[in-house]
Design a protein around this ligand. Structure first.
Ligand code: UDP
Length: 278
């Protein structure tokens, strides 16, 4: 209030209104973030820019609900390591550890409101990851597909790319910003938009199998599989909308176990730790 009234006073005096006060006013309201500009190394990693999708469920670790801070910190360290190796990192996080619109609808919630609750859950997870990253000195920027400044900055492709080029992790929340979608589709969309080299899907299993390896001991793992086969075999890599979007836009998907520490680094160095879908 004080700050804005002094601007008004300045304006009411006879002196010509300089353009300067407007800029100052804007800068005070929306201070520019200065990231520690860690000089970005020329990377010898397999990929220069990645979109990493983390599911909400994996964030809850062994708990039945919410956020497991050990898991969160482990993710933060692995992500920081990737940035330190010169990789530009964009993240999309799910919200299944807090709320899913479909389960809400099954309990009588309006589906659209339920999905909006689910999207807000992704914002909670994004803030948690951002906080864990900043705590270890890794700059990050939370972008929201639904405007809710100052919780996050409004998402745009260019803001995300700018943040990554400055060495910050761009955390893109709210999925697509629309109901009836999932964060898998949100991450496929963001991966394509930010021109990532690959969309990484961090899961609890180490790739794509012929059947659910947690239920079928005979399930075999694929090192490589095509989008068409994933869709034809109805494999639960991602939902069909997300897989189809990646297929149409030639966005490779790499499915791997993010819960094994060091797996992200190995994958980025070119080691085969999961399944490539392309
Ligand atoms: N959601 C949505 N639109 C989107 C992405 C997500 O409405 O573009 C909602 C939807 O209700 C979903 C919830 O947010 O169930 C959480 O996302 P998701 O289920 O994909 O999370 P995950 O399974 O990855 O934890």
């Amino acid at each position: 209030m004080l700050a804005s009234s002094s601007y008004l006073l300045e304006q009411s005096h006879a002196t010509p209104v300089s353009k300067g006060w407007r800029k100052q006013f804007r800068d005070d309201l929306f201070p520019k973030r200065t990231f520690h500009t860690t000089a970005i190394k020329v990377t010898d990693m397999k990929y220069n820019r990645i979109l990493l999708k983390l599911s909400g469920e994996s964030l809850m670790g062994k708990q039945g609900y919410g956020i497991d801070t050990d898991r969160l910190n482990s993710y933060a360290l692995q992500i920081q390591d990737a940035v330190n190796n010169g990789v530009q990192v964009g993240i999309v996080i799910g919200g299944g550890n807090i709320f899913r619109g479909l389960s809400g609808a099954a309990k009588g919630f309006d589906r659209v409101k339920g999905d909006q609750m689910g999207m807000l859950a992704t914002v909670i997870n994004s803030l948690a990851l951002s906080s864990a990253l900043e705590a270890i000195g890794q700059p990050s920027k939370v972008l929201t597909a639904i405007p809710m400044f100052p919780i996050g900055y409004p998402y745009s492709k260019w803001e995300a790319i700018k943040a990554m080029k400055e060495g910050a992790v761009a955390i893109m929340s709210c999925g697509t910003g629309s109901p009836y979608f999932t964060t898998d589709t949100g991450s496929a969309l963001r991966a394509i938009e930010i021109e990532a080299d690959v969309m990484l899907k961090g899961t609890r299993v180490d790739g794509v199998y012929t059947a659910d390896p947690e239920k079928d001991p005979d399930a075999k793992k694929f090192d490589h599989i095509t989008y068409e086969e994933v869709i034809a075999r109805n494999l639960k890599v991602m939902d069909i909308t997300a897989t189809a979007l990646c297929k149409e836009n030639n966005m490779p998907i790499y499915v791997f176990n993010m819960d094994k520490e060091g797996n992200l680094a190995k994958m980025l160095e070119g080691e085969n730790v999961g399944t490539l879908v392309d």
